[in-house]
Design a protein around this ligand. Structure first.
Ligand SMILES: Cc1cc2nc3c(=O)[nH]c(=O)nc-3n(C[C@H](O)[C@H](O)[C@H](O)COP(=O)(O)OP(=O)(O)OC[C@H]3O[C@@H](n4cnc5c(N)ncnc54)[C@H](O)[C@@H]3O)c2cc1C
Ligand SMILES: *[C@@H]1O[C@H](CO)[C@@H](O)[C@H](O)[C@H]1NC(C)=O
Ligand SMILES: *[C@@H]1O[C@H](CO)[C@@H](O)[C@H](O)[C@H]1NC(C)=O
Ligand SMILES: *[C@@H]1O[C@H](CO)[C@@H](O)[C@H](O)[C@H]1NC(C)=O
Ligand SMILES: *[C@@H]1O[C@H](CO)[C@@H](O)[C@H](O)[C@H]1NC(C)=O
Ligand SMILES: *[C@@H]1O[C@H](CO)[C@@H](O)[C@H](O)[C@H]1NC(C)=O
Length: 518
């Protein structure tokens, strides 16, 4: 009897486990909310919200935010000191000359905002969102097998000097856009008497005149690295907790070498076809214990190719003869792909000297507006893009994260049926964004702590995230062997799956049972 009892128990436990396993699997692999919300992008509301939305900062976050807000508000004002001549190179964006590879989520959203986007960005807008990632030399495949005909979602590699003015032009041409551009600088905001909302935004125009926009229904901080909104709120008398902004220093330097390549030379380069059809032809990410070094090759617009090199030391090449010796210092479990090294050799030999753009990445930071006690945030303030969270650029997620913020903003606005914003609008925006993007901050930060050059956030040590790094290496190793794991990892990194997808039983099982290669 004992036996039959325990076997009934076992059978029912097994059944319950299997049942919950199936539910667990389903929950983990269901698409995230924001993918469903993509369909609402570009849909103007019938009854516009009252008043003016002021977008402070007119780079990528500002352009996307202004476009979304034009679907919702009677009037949108976009303020940036460098918008008077968009063809002029931007000087206030440190990474203006840096290599940018965009994840597919950005293009997916931007196409809904600007249906003729792709036509305007040709010929480099139709490459697969395959980063050709090699972790410590070993290929981490992209899941072509998941898509009919192997058509992975597409995206683009951009030079900001060409892509950013195009986005801005599209913004200005958009038929529904009631957008006024004010070249100038936002100096601050003023609070309502009872400090529940922002009453006005103070602007200094280029000619020095100071003006205030008074009927502000929404103020959006898109000031990027400046994260100026925090200062504006403090100065206006809103009470913000201490340590609202957290930061750490990955201590990396980032070099973009831009070569002009003649079509004749391009046809002779030993770049495989599959690599040319990918957003990056090649990326090599050094194992973090050797330092946060990423090396990449991208084909960009106008017969240009960019080589991206990073280093924790001040040893990046500043002239052609220094390039190959630097590349020889890159370490891995497998060497750099021989065709990649040969390509760079040919570029060095046959092209004019490339431009060398070297920047030191100061720090990564996150303004935790979602931690402000309920009622202390002004109801009509939000931050989009780097003004909210600034991620380590070597992971290439910053621009797609802008789109994720924008999708969240758009769906939140669509959920409001009164003509004015509710008191908890800002809190709801930041809470939802924290749910969706804090994982990116944690994953990239804890990864970076694996490097001995990284200076952790106050209150943390490099020991934090030991388990996360162990699991990351297991996942990467499993992705090298199992298509299912490679798919999920690629989707999560491209922000088209939620992180919970990594915890689906069939994925977790494979990750835990695969021996780490590293
Ligand atoms: C070296 C490097 C490489 C990168 N590579 C990639 C990549 O490959 N893929 C990717 O997705 N992301 C990448 N990123 C991240 C990406 O560049 C950023 O996430 C993105 O530029 C953020 O855009 P933003 O509009 O939020 O801010 P920014 O582009 O920094 O723009 C801020 C804007 O605010 C304006 N401004 C500032 N203060 C004021 C004020 N007081 N009033 C009015 N305007 C103001 C400035 O003039 C500027 O136009 C990289 C970043 C770096 C540093
Ligand atoms: C555009 O904004 C102005 C106010 O600046 C307003 O009078 C007008 O109705 C708006 N137009 C549309 C199409 O919303
Ligand atoms: C970008 O490169 C140009 C030309 O090399 C240079 O003049 C400019 O200062 C660079 N911009 C930034 C923001 O570094
Ligand atoms: C994009 O489409 C809009 C209409 O939707 C049109 O007004 C505009 O001229 C187009 N822009 C370009 C650059 O083709
Ligand atoms: C603050 O003032 C506004 C009007 O200026 C009013 O509508 C709102 O109810 C007030 N809120 C609180 C919490 O006092
Ligand atoms: C790219 O080429 C086009 C046409 O050949 C030219 O109009 C444009 O200015 C070039 N852009 C850059 C950034 O060099």
């Amino acid at each position: 009897m004992g036996i039959s009892h325990s076997s009934v128990y076992l059978a029912s436990t097994a059944f319950a486990l299997l049942g919950s396993g199936i539910v667990w699997q389903k929950v983990c692999s269901s698409p995230p909310e924001w993918i469903k919300e993509l369909d609402m992008m570009g849909q103007p509301r019938k009854q516009k919200l009252f008043g003016t939305a002021v977008v402070c900062g007119g780079s990528i976050a500002g352009t996307v935010a202004a476009r979304i807000l034009a679907d919702h508000f009677e009037r949108v004002i976009l303020v940036d000191p460098e918008l008077h001549d968009i063809e002029k190179p931007r000087t206030r964006i440190m990474q203006y000359n840096a290599t940018h590879a965009l994840l597919s989520l950005f293009i997916d959203g931007a196409r809904r905002l600007w249906p003729n986007l792709t036509r305007n960005l040709r010929p480099r807008a139709d490459v697969y969102a395959d980063l050709q990632l090699h972790y410590s030399g070993i290929t981490v495949p992209a899941p072509y097998w998941d898509y009919p005909g192997g058509h992975l979602p597409d995206t683009l590699a951009m030079r900001r000097s060409t892509t950013q003015p195009t986005l801005y032009k599209l913004l200005m041409q958009h038929p529904s856009a009631n957008i006024t551009v004010w070249p100038g600088t936002v100096r601050g905001v003023t609070a309502s008497d009872n400090k529940t909302f922002i009453r006005s935004v103070l602007i200094r125009k280029l000619d020095g005149t100071e003006i205030a926009v008074n009927d502000v229904n929404l103020a959006v901080d898109c000031t990027g690295r400046m994260q100026a909104g925090m200062k504006w709120l403090e100065t206006a008398g809103f009470s913000l907790p201490e340590n609202l902004r957290v930061s750490y220093k990955p201590n990396i330097r980032y070099a973009t070498l831009c070569f002009t390549v003649s079509p004749e030379l391009e046809s002779r380069l030993p770049i495989p076809e599959y690599a040319l059809n990918s957003v990056c032809a090649y990326i090599h990410s050094q194992h973090f214990t050797h330092g946060l070094s990423v090396t990449a090759l991208l084909k960009t617009d106008n017969n240009t190719m960019q080589v991206m090199l990073t280093s924790c030391e001040d040893n990046l090449p500043r002239s052609v003869p220094e390039i190959l010796p630097f590349m020889a210092t890159i370490r891995g479990h497998e060497p750099l792909a021989p065709w990649f090294v040969e390509t760079v050799e040919m570029l060095c030999e046959h092209c004019d000297s490339p431009s060398f753009d070297i920047i030191k990445i100061p720090e990564q930071s996150y303004v935790k507006y979602n931690s402000v006690p309920a009622g202390d945030l002004p109801s009509n303030f939000i931050a989009v893009g780097d003004a909210h969270i600034q991620l380590n650029p070597v992971h290439g997620q910053g621009v797609a994260k802008i789109m994720l913020n924008a999708i969240t903003l758009n769906s939140l606005l669509h959920s409001i049926d009164s003509p004015a914003l509710p008191r908890d609008f800002s809190a709801r925006y930041f809470k939802k964004n924290a749910d969706r993007t804090e994982g990116l901050w944690d994953a990239t930060r804890l990864h970076d702590y694996g490097s001995s050059d990284c200076e952790p956030m106050a209150g943390e040590t490099r020991d934090d995230g030991r388990f996360a790094r162990w699991f990351e290496l297991k996942l990467i190793s499993a992705a090298m062997q199992h298509q299912e794991v490679a798919s999920v990892l690629w989707r999560v990194r491209n922000m088209i799956a939620a992180e919970r997808a990594l915890l689906a039983p069939t994925v977790l099982w494979k990750a835990l049972w695969t021996r780490s290669r590293f």
